[in-house]
Design a protein around this ligand. Structure first.
Ligand code: GTQ
Length: 345
């Protein structure tokens, strides 16, 4: 490959004159924006132990009333992107949110898509476009782009959940904004009941609902039972994994990020294929070692970590006796839609 000319090789007054006309020479920057063979991700493999986050989040509960926070969230920021950017990867944002008993996080809607993975506590709920979704540990609740959502809490213990948004991407595109409103009116109907059986979908004879997001809550009890049943049915299946999907289209539950539930059998080590999207791992139950190339993290229950795209990742169940259950978020739908999705091994 040719060595390309550097900026220092050019006369300074020429470079200055270019800049004064809003012009930049490409060749000194070409390898930076298109490195050979493989991107150079800014995303660094990073581990956020829950034991570190929890006390700091509870302290935020003491320091900042909900009225002053609107959303009381500590952002899991990837140091490779600089912390101010508040991103876990190029397209993924992660936040750990605390709601205390009696608190209310007011209704709003925004352009970024979000999901919540409930980490601890009972009694909280999210009302999404009129559908009141109870928040139980391990539940996945969607708040897709443009849908009204508010969070409330009728229980008596703190509730904490993990927010996953495509905010960095939507912000980068200069399309990120939010709109406020008063309390929503709760309507009838629960997607997780209407779509309670795989392969069987409600078939309106008279009218189609035509909802872009027919199912908003994916109860953990159902996802866990489906994983157990899949593992029992197919003892030689290597990756016991489910995709959170739209039950009407069979496609991903949301447009930009993909969400999955993975079960590691007792003692199992699972080598994932090297693919272009970055990934986030969050332990719902059990524990696992996450090896990202030469870095190794030991994840306990409720811990979260991320891995950049184009890297080799191996997940190993820490227990020889019990399965481990992992929630995964990645950038697959985005890469597929853009035509940049790659699998290298
Ligand atoms: O709960 O609506 O972590 O709007 C960031 C932005 C959570 C939310 C976040 C949000 C929310």
């Amino acid at each position: 490959m040719n060595e390309l000319g550097r900026l220092e090789d050019l006369p300074a007054d020429y470079v200055a004159e270019l800049a004064s006309h809003n012009l930049v020479p490409l060749w000194p920057n070409l390898r930076g924006v298109m490195p050979p063979n493989k991107p150079r991700p800014q995303t660094r493999a990073t581990h956020w132990p829950y034991a570190t986050i929890r006390p700091l989040l509870m302290k935020a509960g003491d320091l900042t009333p909900i009225e002053k926070a609107e959303r009381r969230v500590l952002v899991l920021a990837n140091p490779g992107h600089t912390l101010e950017k508040m991103q876990a990867s190029a397209a993924m944002y992660l936040g750990m949110q605390l709601l205390l008993p009696g608190e209310w996080a007011p209704s709003h809607r925004h352009t970024p898509n979000a999901v919540r993975m409930v980490v601890e506590g009972t009694g909280a709920w999210s009302t999404v476009e009129g559908e009141k979704c109870p928040m139980l540990r391990g539940d996945l609740i969607l708040t897709p782009t443009g849908l009204w959502h508010e969070h409330g809490h009728d229980g008596d213990e703190p509730v904490i959940w993990l927010d996953v948004l495509d905010l960095p991407l939507v912000y980068y595109m200069e399309t990120s904004y939010h709109v406020e409103s008063g309390r929503q009116e709760v309507t009838e109907g629960h997607g997780e009941r209407a779509y309670a059986r795989g392969g069987l979908v409600p078939t309106p004879v008279f009218e189609r609902s035509n909802k872009a997001y027919p199912m908003l809550r994916y109860p953990w009890a159902d996802a866990r039972a489906a994983l157990e049943s899949l593992a029992a049915d197919q003892p030689s299946l290597e990756a016991v994994q489910l995709t959170y999907s739209n039950p009407e289209t069979g496609g991903h539950a949301e447009n930009i990020l993909g969400f999955y539930a993975l079960m590691l059998r007792p003692g199992q080590a699972l080598k994932l294929p090297v693919r272009s999207p970055a990934m986030v791992f969050h332990i719902i139950e059990g524990g696992a070692q996450v090896q990202v190339e030469d870095q190794r993290f030991t994840l306990l229950e409720a811990d979260t970590c991320c891995a950049p795209g184009y890297t080799a990742v191996t997940l190993t169940n820490s227990s020889d006796e019990a399965p481990a259950f992992i929630f995964i978020a990645d950038e697959t739908p985005l890469h597929q839609k853009l035509g940049v999705f790659e699998k290298r091994s």
